[in-house]
Ligand binder design. Structure first.
Ligand code: AMP
Length: 362
């Protein structure tokens, strides 16, 4: 179902998932005169604070899903682990954007790598691992160190282990699930960047400038824009992200994470079929931010201008770092708190954008 008519103001956007990304999507939708209906099994979802309609129900509750679908004009999601069955079911009832095929590819590392390879997008050497014999053979082939990962449900470094020899690998095989796993060559990258790209229902593509990402304890800590890469590498990353969005026949915002190797060579690490943490800087310094861009795309509207107006560093506030709001931020900082009730260790509680305004000479 891809009705090309743009949704009028006052339409309702259904969002699966009630975390901070759903919350920021709902805020952007409200600014555009749209309503949101958020569906999430967790009654304590931060997005519920900012949406006029909510459903608290399981993702396999077909009765609740049907009622949800009947109440909205289009459905989107804020996380990639929406069960495939849920997506397929909803897609029979209302337009699902991005669609179930893009979701299925992005939620399975093996399907994703196969898809990228077919579309001539470079990725690290990889192999599907179905048993220990195969693991031994592929470890010989790819060399060590290597990274053994689950194919699904991995995030913030969960579901992966670096292995240096067969003994490590056998232990990692025992610990990681669900199977099969994927073995990846270790990439000696110089830096990590990401491109957040949007594609409209009409097929237009608009990308934000690449962000340079630094992780702490496997969780994104900062995204700095501009990234410390050449113009040529930035262009190449944007072209690859656009190629992926088009090949997926994608509608909405897509995050593409890259490793940058010596000499500016790029490998795609992974893609995320949603607004992306490394795109939070756009809310402070892009003409259109990633949340508005996603709402525009899923509503069938033309995309906005992604031009960046200033340099910026986005910093995630993790666990009790949220206490920096309101006192310890500094005047150039734009804080965004997610309204989560409990500041658990490792939990993303908010972020802050620190903007460098270039002062013009008088
Ligand atoms: P992922 O969950 O695949 O995004 O991986 C999380 C982080 O682990 C990445 O951002 C990298 O810092 C690191 N990592 C993942 N895969 C590799 C690899 N093949 N080689 C080197 N580092 C990796």
């Amino acid at each position: 179902m891809s009705d090309p008519t743009p949704l009028p103001q006052g339409s309702t956007i259904g969002i699966l998932g009630g975390g901070q990304l759903g919350r920021m999507l709902a805020l952007a939708a409200a600014r555009l005169g749209m309503k949101t209906h958020i569906y999430c099994p967790d009654p304590d979802s931060p997005a519920f604070d900012v949406t006029p309609r909510r459903t608290v129900a399981a993702y396999d509750d077909e009765m609740a899903l049907s009622e949800f679908a009947a109440s909205v004009d289009v459905i989107t999601y804020e996380f990639e682990n929406v069960p495939a069955k849920t997506a397929a079911f909803l897609e029979t009832l209302k337009p699902l954007r991005p669609g179930a095929t893009a979701l299925a590819i992005a939620q399975d590392r093996l399907a994703e790598k196969a898809f990228l390879t077919i579309n001539r997008v470079p990725v690290a050497g990889f192999a599907a691992i179905t048993d220990l014999d195969r693991l031994e053979a592929e470890l010989d082939e790819l060399g060590t160190p290597a990274v053994l990962k689950t194919t699904r449900l991995g995030y913030d470094g969960k579901g992966q282990r670096i292995v240096h020899n067969m003994e490590d690998a056998a232990l990692a095989w025992e610990l990681l699930s669900p199977k099969p796993l994927v073995l990846e060559a270790f990439v000696p990258f110089e830096r990590e960047i990401s491109v957040v790209v949007a594609r409209s229902l009409a097929g237009d593509v608009a990308a934000f400038d690449p962000a340079e990402n630094v992780h702490r304890d496997h969780i994104l800590k900062t995204s700095t824009v501009p990234a410390d890469i050449s113009k040529k590498t930035a262009r190449k990353a944007i072209d690859l992200a656009a190629r992926i969005a088009t090949a997926l026949d994608y509608v909405g915002v897509l995050g593409v994470e890259f490793f940058v190797l010596e000499g500016g060579r790029l490998l795609v690490n992974e893609i995320a079929p949603r607004v992306h943490n490394s795109g939070h800087w756009t809310e402070a310094v892009a003409i259109t931010d990633q949340f508005e861009q996603h709402i525009r795309a899923v509503a069938g509207w033309p995309l906005g201008d992604p031009t960046r107006l200033a340099d910026v560093v986005m910093e995630n506030l993790i666990g009790d770092e949220i206490a920096a709001i309101p006192l310890r931020l500094g005047e150039s900082a734009r804080p965004h708190a997610y309204g989560k009730s409990e500041a658990r260790k490792g939990r993303k509680m908010g972020h802050v954008n620190r903007v460098t305004v270039k002062k013009r000479a008088k």
